[in-house]
Design a protein around this ligand. Structure first.
Ligand SMILES: C[S@@+](CC[C@H](N)C(=O)[O-])C[C@H]1O[C@@H](n2cnc3c(N)ncnc32)[C@H](O)[C@@H]1O
Length: 98
């Protein structure tokens, strides 16, 4: 059974790696791919990853109005979602223009 809000196959729910607890215990921050972990206040990537997989389908658009170091956008790329990201801070963590 595929839900209309996402691409998750609930018949295979044990293998979905979706955290159904009210408290998410994330042992280790995902540092793979583009995640540099240098932007002040950046997300643990597993958080937007869970939310994107729960509430969007492949190729849908995710809007990130507080993009910061881009964690959500990098997870969108990994999960084949399109994205629009912006931030009031015109510089990334390295002081480079975004
Ligand atoms: C906690 S950080 C977000 C970090 C981001 N989720 C990440 O993982 O890298 C919050 C961001 O919101 C931005 N921000 C604050 N007020 C804003 C506003 N009014 N419009 C757009 N961005 C804003 C800040 O510049 C900062 O980059």
């Amino acid at each position: 059974m595929i839900c209309k809000y996402n691409d998750l196959d609930f018949d295979d729910w044990k293998n979905l790696n979706i955290d159904v607890n009210s408290l998410w215990l994330i042992n280790k921050r995902d540092k793979n791919g583009k995640h540099k972990n240098i932007y002040h206040g950046n997300f643990i990537p597993q958080i937007p990853n869970q939310l994107i997989r729960r509430y969007t389908k492949i190729n849908e658009v995710v809007l990130e109005p507080f993009m910061g170091g881009g964690t959500t956008l990098f997870e969108c790329e990994k999960l084949h979602r399109k994205y629009i990201g912006f931030d009031i801070n015109l510089e990334d963590a390295g002081g480079n223009s975004k």
